[in-house]
Design a protein around this ligand. Structure first.
Ligand code: 5AD
Ligand code: SF4
Length: 449
């Protein structure tokens, strides 16, 4: 008999990809994914613990499921992802209505774990092993009879190329929740992209916590394969129109990778290069291993290779010990680089991180003030930058068509809204937009027929 699965995903693209894998694995066991939790046989929460707020959201959702479980005792509730990895057994003690806790490397075991619970062979399943020798299973195993979920996201997909992180930035929980850095063999990655492109996928984003060190840290990857080499191999797969990747660590950004932006035609001119702070003293305490000066040199070099590149970054405000002068240095950096977009966060302590032990924690109101100042300035810059596109033509990939409104995405990652009177366009199509207006967060244009 068919069973139904509801899965709620928090956090990064790595988690989104993991949720897809879970859906595919469970579809082979006869589970249909539903879009509402009510009435589902299994509810899975794929969680994020990168910041305190992310974790709080998970716990409040889990708390609200207690009643659902009381109403329907045969409902199975599972927690996967980073909170599951971090909390393990404790999570089950805190939330007794949770039936399974599945760590970041253990999602492939979900079918057997669910099966044991359903057969009532056990009343709880907890699997949180995190091995340095872990190998991400090849894609084909997940695909027996089970094509990936169809449109709307059918034309663009994520492909994981590595998991984990060895950098130990002092504020970051990722090395604890995702383990040591492990690269996938290049043959597996190429095969996965070929299968996807063969199914009509036109845009691929290669995923890893630090893609620049792909192939450097474990023998699973083929000898001497670097990230730029992998990128060139993926880019040359016939039918792939757009290639992106995320995330990069500035210390590992090589000249060879920058050159890819000049030489690989389908590599999108959009680059996420998290800087975290504009103060060298803070960067040092963050254990980031680069300076503001070296970051700026890389920005200049990147723009030399690809003048139209749109740069995005991540910023943490209120890191322990951050002075007004340190924060001003971050504002100066923002004004120098003028990022096309940024994600900015208030610092929060995370379990098992070094900065959680640091003294001189910044009061909440100071963090809030700094965050607002940063975001206001970034908003102004977004608008200024976006206005630079007025009068230009951008190639867009169509995302959604609804009535006469067409939403597309430029290679630079800008969202572009167009009026579309014909029924010709559908998701995944490429079109040209003539940009006529700019807002803070999107552009408007006319489709060129
Ligand atoms: N507090 C606030 N922001 C954090 N990030 C990572 N850890 C923390 C933390 N403890 C931010 C960084 C990272 C992004 C994914 O989340 O900016 O690049
Ligand atoms: Fe966390 Fe730093 Fe690794 Fe990024 S590079 S995942 S911030 S430890």
């Amino acid at each position: 008999m068919n069973k139904s699965l509801y899965i709620k995903t928090f956090g990064c693209q790595m988690n989104e990809r993991d949720s897809e894998i879970i859906e595919q694995l469970l579809a082979q066991e006869g589970y249909n994914t539903t879009s509402v939790p009510e009435g589902a046989d299994v509810i899975l929460i794929n969680t994020c613990s990168i910041r305190e707020k992310a974790e709080q959201k998970v716990f409040s959702l889990l708390g609200s499921l207690r009643e659902e479980k009381a109403r329907n005792p045969s409902l199975l509730i599972g927690v996967t992802g980073c909170v599951a990895q971090q909390e393990g057994e404790q999570l089950r003690n805190r939330m007794p209505h949770v039936d399974l806790v599945v760590g970041t490397q253990q999602i492939y075991r979900l079918p057997e774990m669910l099966d044991r619970l359903q057969q009532q062979m056990t009343t709880r399943e907890i699997a949180t092993d995190l091995e340095d020798s872990f190998v991400i299973p090849p894609f084909q195993k997940l695909l027996i009879d089970q094509p990936p979920s169809p449109a709307p996201s059918g034309y663009k997909r994520f492909v994981t190329i590595m998991q984990g992180c060895n950098n130990y930035c002092s504020y970051c929980v990722v090395p604890t929740t995702r383990g040591r850095e492990i690269s996938r063999p290049m043959v597996d990655i190429l095969e996965e992209v070929e299968i996807l492109v063969g199914q009509g996928v036109r845009e691929i984003t290669l995923l890893g916590q630090n893609v620049n060190s792909y192939g450097m840290t474990n023998k699973v990857a083929d000898e001497n394969v670097t990230f730029p080499y992998l990128l060139r191999r993926v880019a040359s797969i016939k039918g792939l129109r757009r290639l992106r990747f995320t995330t990069s660590h500035p210390k590992d950004l090589s000249e060879e990778l920058m050159r890819c932006f000049a030489e690989i035609e389908n590599l999108c001119p959009h680059f996420h290069l998290p800087v975290q702070s504009g103060s060298n003293a803070v960067l040092q305490r963050m254990n980031r291993k680069y300076t503001v000066e070296s970051y700026l040199e890389k920005v200049t070099a990147l723009r030399g290779y690809r003048p139209d590149i749109a740069l995005a970054t991540d910023i943490i405000v209120g890191f322990p010990g951050e002075t007004d002068a340190d924060f001003q240095a971050t504002m100066n950096l923002l004004n120098t680089v003028r990022f096309h977009s940024s994600f900015s966060f208030k610092y929060s302590d995370r379990p098992h991180t070094r900065s959680a032990e640091f003294a001189e924690k910044i009061p909440e109101d100071v963090k809030s003030r700094r965050l607002a100042a940063f975001q206001n300035r970034q908003d102004d810059i977004c608008l200024e930058r976006n206005r630079e596109y007025i009068g230009k033509k951008l190639e867009i990939m169509v995302e959604v068509v609804s009535g006469n409104d067409l939403k597309g995405r430029a290679a630079t990652n800008h969202i572009v809204h167009c009026t579309c009177s014909s029924k010709m366009h559908q998701s995944g199509d490429l079109a040209t937009a003539h940009i006529s207006q700019a807002g803070k967060h999107s552009l408007k244009g006319e489709l060129q027929l």
